[in-house]
Design a protein around this ligand. Structure first.
Ligand SMILES: [Zn+2]
Length: 504
């Protein structure tokens, strides 16, 4: 997989060199961003004011008319717009696709300026080589990495991974995590519902997480179970942080099916309790009631050809009508359909259709199985930030819509959280988790990664049928002081690149 990425990235890089003529930077050295309501990312109330940026940096912030402006400064009038720090997506899946779409259009259209890839236990490898490639390609935003536990486990154990690791394999994995951290990774991610992370013990995870923690990293987990066993899974994640002595990030926190609806209360109580005894545990969520994963996840025993197990799995998620097929290659005509609709088209039972698809290599699937109440409760919690769990080219609308949807749906349409809080959970919160002190807040000395949007019109247009529709309402996105998005279109600027953990 890494080799394919290298090859693809190099091809894209060559194509880019030919296609894009270099443009001389003729911009004035300073730009005054005037008249916007500044929501600075800290959670404090917004105020109408001005921001002066110079090169890649914010140099002054103040009430309207209060800043001394250099005579040659340009001015952008942002009256009526909200000016906020660019969004930081701590769980992004643009890993490979960004090479084919280096402007990351659906991302900067939402004001996303930093993404972290390598989530769910699966990361590019080696980390340093990947970050160098991103630099060579030239991208619009900044791209950081977490080391994937599954990636290092697979490298150490090979195909024979359905077991505990040996002492020498543990040592191999520790070395790989260490190398990833030295290459600039921000932490260790795990995906414990997936191969090969599924077979790891808690002790293995503690030991590897400790290595990441020694380098100032955090542990981020797609937990073992988001359904019936979700509370045990949260407890395990907390234990890994506590015994591994590092911060914990619960990925895409959810009560994943009808049998655990309402458990958001208990999940948040576990987080509260851990925090009160000093464990630094936080979570992130995408603002939707449907998840996306592989069809395999439905049958917990992994007996994919056992009709009774398949029937039980489909019942537990509330029926085949809750599963929407995406990216099924053997018969693309069923993409977008619910599993029961595909089964009817094939003249099969739901159970037989499932088994047939698994026998042919499985499929991506969107599971419409969460309750709005749980999503709301996580949205309102002070311990939960926004992350897309999507990215460039996502088949789930969260990739093109997560950050815009929080602002349009949860702030404006429903008033569930304040605008200030919505901005904070997408900016300073992930910045603090990543140890990135140079961004996430609009203040002098910070990077000029910014977004200006219309609070009246911002909304996600991506849907479960048209997942790639770009969000509306973002008027400008700046990365390192350069405009990468202007009034509905990307510019030619590619000021982004690989982002390495400070001090690595
Ligand atoms: Zn995940």
């Amino acid at each position: 997989m890494p080799r394919t990425l290298v090859q693809r990235a190099l091809l894209i890089a060559c194509a880019t060199l030919i296609a894009v003529a270099p443009t001389a930077a003729q911009e004035p050295t300073a730009t005054l961003l005037r008249g916007a309501t500044i929501v600075d990312g800290t959670g404090q109330a917004g105020f109408v004011g001005d921001v002066l940026i110079q090169g890649p940096t914010i140099v002054a912030v103040g009430p309207a008319g209060s800043i001394d402006v250099p005579p040659d400064a340009a001015t952008e009038d942002l009256t009526g717009l909200v000016l906020a720090p660019g969004f930081i997506d701590i769980h992004n899946h643009s890993t490979d696709r960004i090479a084919g779409d280096p402007t990351a259009r659906t991302q900067i259209a939402q004001g996303v300026t930093t993404i972290i890839v390598g989530a769910d236990g699966s990361s590019p490898w080696p980390v340093g080589e990947y970050l160098d490639e991103i630099d060579r390609i030239g991208v619009s935003l900044q791209v950081g990495v977490t080391v994937g536990h599954g990636t290092v486990r697979r490298a150490a154990l090979g195909d024979d991974y359905a077991r505990a690791a040996t002492t020498s394999e543990m040592s191999d994995m520790r070395g790989r995590v260490e190398r990833g951290m030295r290459d600039g990774a921000f932490g260790l991610s795990s995906g414990l519902e997936y191969d090969p992370g599924f077979y790891s013990t808690t002790e293995e995870l503690i030991e590897l997480a400790r290595v990441a923690g020694t380098h100032g990293g955090f542990y981020m987990s797609h937990m073992r179970d988001e359904e019936e066993g979700v509370l045990d899974a949260v407890a395990e994640a907390i234990r890994i942080g506590e015994e591994g002595d590092l911060p914990v990030q619960i990925s895409h926190v959810k009560a994943g099916n009808a049998s655990v609806w309402g458990k958001s209360v208990d999940i948040l109580a576990l987080i509260d309790e851990a925090r009160s005894r000093g464990v630094d545990v936080l979570a992130d969520q995408y603002p939707y009631t449907a998840w996306q994963s592989g069809l395999a996840i439905v049958v917990r025993s992994r007996k994919f050809q056992d009709p009774n197990e398949v029937r039980a799995g489909l019942e537990a998620i509330g029926g085949a009508n809750r599963l929407q097929i995406v990216g099924y290659e053997p018969d693309p005509s069923v993409n977008g359909m619910r599993l029961n609709e595909a089964a009817a088209q094939w003249g099969m039972s739901d159970v037989d259709a499932y088994m047939d698809m698994m026998a042919k290599g499985g499929s991506g699937v969107i599971g419409h199985t969460m309750s709005e109440d749980d999503v709301d409760r996580f949205m309102a919690s002070e311990w939960v930030m926004t992350a897309s769990d999507g990215g460039v080219g996502s088949a789930h609308p969260r990739g093109a819509g997560a950050f815009a949807r929080v602002l349009g749906h949860y702030v404006r349409e429903r008033g569930l959280i304040s605008l200030e809080r919505a901005i904070q959970r997408g900016t300073s919160m992930p910045a603090a988790r990543l140890g990135l002190e140079d961004r996430g807040i609009v203040a002098p000395g910070k990077r000029a990664d910014l977004v200006a949007f219309d609070p009246i019109t911002i909304h996600a247009r991506s849907t479960f049928r048209y997942s790639l529709r770009q969000a509306e309402g973002v008027r400008r996105t700046w990365v390192a002081g350069q405009v990468v998005w202007r009034d509905g279109s990307p510019t030619d600027a590619r000021p982004g690149g690989g982002l390495r953990r400070p001090g690595s």
